[in-house]
Write a protein that binds this ligand. Structure first.
Ligand SMILES: Nc1ncnc2c1ncn2[C@@H]1O[C@H](COP(=O)(O)OP(=O)(O)OP(=O)(O)O)[C@@H](O)[C@H]1O
Ligand SMILES: CC(C)(CO)[C@@H](O)C(=O)[O-]
Ligand code: BAL
Length: 281
């Protein structure tokens, strides 16, 4: 596996792939890799000749007071795991390599960024689009792989790719969970033993919401039941949002909505966890 740290090295790697007639799959990550990331790698290996993974904790998607400094970093462990899973190249640039200027031209995410995580993390999705756009331009992948765990991110990136006619396909990989239902996340390491034991209540609440809707209950009643479940099973937590929307456009449910998504962000101690499930009504 090749380890690339400069933009020039990534460009050379990409040019070699083109000369060899190989297709490229990009897996963008912030590192602290787990089996959720590996599901993205496996899909990329199935679909593409070569897989490049980026590992970059992108400062521009963190707001003031967020966990940029505390975010788990383990480049050596990540590279070993990536290599063991057949990643061909890891691109792990320094911040100055990606952002040589203090301020760059901003990409402003549209309507889909005004709610959910975008409402509590203003500017977050502008930062995501900025780094993702640079990675797409550098790696020029035929496909880029993202996790459904970050559902709003997926919707915003898909809209961006469509609106700007970017020449690549976005592949979306289902949420990988622990045996008890907790979505795998690099931030799970922040949880205390007690918080970790209670955290599966988020997924259980989303499932409860799904069952209620599929049993014919209205969205408000289903969301109330889900909120109550979290209050009972995750005492001391704070719900940032818990919503039921149409998927993938993230619009309010209409009478004829078929594809739904139940999404939650919950503060568990000092950790903010997100999760979602999609289902048919
Ligand atoms: N449990 C998971 N299942 C599927 N995809 C995942 C999962 N966790 C992360 N991913 C995907 O991996 C990619 C990189 O995510 P990232 O490096 O932010 O990891 P993360 O575990 O989501 O971290 P955090 O929870 O701190 O945001 C994203 O596309 C994300 O959706
Ligand atoms: C897509 C991404 C790697 C951009 O920094 C990040 O938002 C993430 O890990 O989901
Ligand atoms: N996976 C989303 C990246 C973030 O929380 O900044």
């Amino acid at each position: 596996m090749q380890r690339l740290t400069s933009i020039a090295e990534l460009r050379r790697w990409r040019a070699d792939a083109r000369r060899a007639g190989k297709s490229v799959g990009l897996v963008p990550t912030m590192g602290a890799l787990h089996s959720g990331h590996m599901a993205l790698v496996e899909a990329a290996r199935r679909d593409c000749d070569l897989v490049v993974m980026s590992i970059f904790v992108n400062p521009r998607q963190f707001g003031p007071g967020e966990d940029f400094d505390a975010y788990p970093r383990d480049l050596e462990g990540d590279c070993a795991l990536a290599e063991a899973h057949g990643v061909d190249a890891v691109f792990a640039p320094a911040t100055e390599e990606m952002y040589p200027h203090a301020a760059g031209p901003l990409i402003v995410a549209g309507r889909q960024a005004d709610m959910l995580c975008g409402a509590s993390r203003p500017g977050h999705f502008d930062g995501v689009l900025q780094v993702v756009c640079k990675l797409f331009n550098l790696a020029q992948p035929q496909q880029a792989f993202f996790g459904q765990k970050d559902a709003q991110q997926v919707a915003i990136i898909q809209t961006f790719v469509r609106d700007y006619n970017l020449p690549l396909e976005i592949a979306v990989i289902p949420v990988v969970r622990e045996a008890d239902g907790l979505a795998k996340s690099s931030r799970n390491v922040y949880l205390s033993a007690e918080e970790r034991a209670q955290a599966p209540a988020i997924h259980a609440a989303l499932e409860l919401c799904r069952m209620q809707v599929q049993d014919g209950l209205g969205p408000d009643a289903a969301l109330r039941a889900a909120r109550m479940h979290i209050a009972q099973h995750l005492p001391g937590s704070r719900i940032d949002y818990l919503e039921l929307l149409a998927w993938p456009d993230l619009l309010p449910l209409a009478d004829d909505t078929l594809q739904c998504i139940a999404l939650a962000a919950v503060h568990v101690g000092r950790t903010r966890l997100i999760d979602n499930i999609t289902f048919e009504r």
